[in-house]
Design a protein around this ligand. Structure first.
Ligand code: SAM
Length: 226
């Protein structure tokens, strides 16, 4: 991934100061269509999706527009980003996106009401593991194992270090810059992510190489694959 990956650009065509200008990630603008193409080919016609770490909501808005038979639940740890998601979804007239919720993946309970346990056909999480402390990985895997419906999948997207694939120099630089910003951040080793998945009862079922040295990883309940 090159420089500008986390550029906090401004979306919207209006002049400065107009209300349709929303915080946005330049990286998400660049990668959302490539991710959507993979989703479109993998997902059934309808279902219920949970997005973890939605940030400004560009992914959920793109996917909800392209897969209108799915309902989408955006979430993020930071309550302050939730109004941006609501505004983006409202501006785009998306009726299949639910009110964004505050959700910390490291919490032992993800939802205020878990009786019955909310289940999803897809849990999607982009660009969180390297921009949060390592325990978010265990939290994501354990929470996903609790909330995936039978036959469902968790998809994680972002950069990873792989033992058998040379790391792009841009990703090495990106990793150093993340660790300099926050010592608890950094690009994660895929093998270590897999270990957390295994502990939670998930296993890696597909790996898609994506533009800009990112990976899209598909995780399923190990019990589904028995
Ligand atoms: C780099 S942004 C990615 C946003 C968006 N998914 C994207 O790809 O553009 C990382 C996001 O992870 C969220 N995050 C960090 N720690 C988290 C946690 N413990 N639980 C849920 N989200 C978290 C942050 O609030 C932030 O919105």
């Amino acid at each position: 991934m090159g420089p500008g990956r986390h550029c906090a650009g401004r979306a919207g065509a209006g002049a400065a100061g107009q209300v349709n200008e929303l915080p946005c990630s330049a990286a998400a603008e660049r990668n959302k269509h490539a991710i959507f193409e993979v989703l479109r080919q993998m997902l059934p016609a309808q279902g219920r999706a949970l997005e973890i770490a939605s940030g400004p909501g560009q992914h959920v808005a793109c996917f909800a527009a392209g897969l209108p038979q799915w309902t989408w639940q955006p979430t993020d740890y930071q309550a302050s980003v939730l109004p941006t998601i609501t505004t983006r979804v409202t501006q785009q007239g998306l009726a299949n996106v639910q009110t964004p919720l505050q959700l910390d993946v490291t919490a032992t309970q993800w939802f205020a009401t878990e009786e019955p346990v909310p289940c999803f056909n897809l849990i999607f999480c982009a660009n969180m593991l390297h921009v949060s402390p390592w325990p978010t990985c265990a939290g994501l895997m354990q929470g996903s194992a609790r909330h995936l419906a039978l036959g469902a999948m968790l998809i994680t997207y972002g950069p990873y270090l792989e033992d058998t694939v040379a790391t792009a120099s841009s990703n090495l630089e990106f990793d150093l810059s993340l660790r300099a910003l926050n010592p608890t951040w950094g690009i994660r080793r895929r093998a270590e992510v897999e270990m957390e998945a295994t502990k939670a009862g998930l296993c890696l079922s597909a790996r898609h190489a994506m533009p800009a040295n990112n990976l899209l990883l598909v995780w399923r309940l190990a019990s589904d694959l028995d």
